[in-house]
Design a protein around this ligand. Structure first.
Ligand SMILES: *Cc1c(COP(=O)(O)O)cnc(C)c1O
Length: 379
């Protein structure tokens, strides 16, 4: 048995390492968020001035914040959720019944499937282009809608697009998908887990009925658990249904969703997030610099080219060859990188791995590339 102690070993990742973990880079807390978290660390402290629902709190100004988020995302209403997955699930659950049909892209996150399974939906996938780019062609939504009509007699009840997927970091033209959905009168849910908070996302421009956001992934709030569900006016009564007995309590989020220190952290990070998305072009440019450097060393970037997002999947045969002879086997790369104060690559992986340099500077990126070079050359 592990002896429990009140001394948890402190985590010094952002302080001591260059962290390449794509799932973490957009969630690294701003200074303001760190302060807010500490001050609201106690249970239910966000509810000091509760008005029946976390989305309605005026002190701190959560309600006003959510109004501003809706404006920022070009939507009409936004509520807090327990991450992107709860937002996706709330849309599915509000609109669909068991055996209803939905269309999703093949690069979708596992939570999309789990949410659909939990309701008993029939899932049709838009295939990707396969190795090496794995691209989703928006035009295929039309073809698959027609195929479903032929097969089942009805068009699907909802379509979901993963704006940026978490496997390849591919960006899909959401506007093209929404145009097809609107021609077929099929509601369109945009999963913006990897886009919102990093790059400009405007639901009105993109034609989204719903946007699901992950805040611990893309809104610089650090740990904890938070997301947004943003919707257009048309869907208000369907999605924001309240309890008959407790009229302040929205049913889809079981009355109140994410609570606690992530909420003030979100408010505190908002000015930082609205500013940083203006510099997205620089992030893409740095990512391409990173890819170019990695490919010069003999590694290969998978996913779309040129790349439009910081999440990069690298095929790394050179590292795999080394691992076959190394006494640490597949774990050698993780250890070699740790020695050089680089972390965030999944331990054990050498054939391919995901990395992100989001928010790092050119000097840090060059340091990572030099480390790759030294490891390849056995230094
Ligand atoms: C990370 C991710 C999710 C899950 O987000 P949570 O906020 O943890 O629920 C869902 N969809 C995509 C595309 C993701 O990348």
């Amino acid at each position: 048995m592990i002896k429990m102690t009140d001394e948890i070993e402190p985590r010094f990742v952002e302080e001591s390492f260059i962290n390449l973990n794509p799932i973490q880079r957009g969630g690294i807390a701003s200074l303001a968020a760190r302060k807010a978290v500490i001050s609201y660390v106690d249970g239910y402290s966000i509810c000091d001035y509760c008005l029946g629902c976390v989305n309605k709190i005026k002190k701190p100004p959560v309600e006003e914040f959510l109004t501003q988020v809706s404006e920022f995302l070009g939507m009409d209403y936004t509520i807090l959720t327990n991450g992107c997955r709860e937002a996706v699930y709330a849309v599915f659950h509000s609109l669909l019944k068991p055996d209803d049909t939905i269309v999703v892209d093949a690069n979708r996150h596992y939570t999309t499937i789990v949410a659909a399974e939990n309701i008993g939906l029939r899932i049709f996938e838009i295939e990707n282009s396969g190795y090496p780019e794995f691209k989703i062609n928006p035009d295929n939504y039309q073809r698959v809608f027609d195929e479903i009509k032929n097969k089942t007699g009805k068009y699907p009840k909802l379509a979901l697009l993963t704006h940026i997927d978490g496997s390849y970091g591919n960006l899909v033209d959401a506007k093209k998908v929404s145009k097809i959905c609107s021609d077929y009168k099929i509601p369109f849910l945009l999963n913006a887990a990897y886009s919102s908070g990093r790059m400009a996302v405007n639901g009105k421009n993109l034609g989204a009925d719903f946007i699901a956001t992950s805040c611990h992934k893309g809104w610089a709030i650090g740990g904890g658990n938070a997301g947004f569900l943003s919707i257009t006016e048309k869907w208000r009564d369907k999605i924001l249904r309240v309890s008959k007995e407790y009229e302040a309590k929205q049913l889809e989020i079981l009355g109140c969703s994410t609570r606690g220190s992530v909420v003030p952290a979100l408010l505190a990070s908002f000015p930082y997030v609205t500013e940083r998305i203006k510099h997205w072009d620089e992030e893409v440019e740095k990512t391409r610099f990173f890819i170019k450097g990695a490919e010069k060393l003999g590694l290969k970037q998978l996913g779309e080219k040129p790349h439009n997002h910081d999440l990069v999947l690298l095929e790394t045969k050179l590292f795999h060859d080394i691992s076959k002879k190394h006494k640490k086997g597949g774990y050698f790369l993780y250890h070699e990188l740790r020695k050089r104060n680089i972390t965030g690559i999944k331990p054990g992986l050498t054939k391919q791995f995901k990395a992100s340099i989001y928010g790092l500077n050119k000097e840090q990126i060059s340091y990572v590339l030099d480390a790759f070079k030294d490891i390849i050359e056995g230094r």
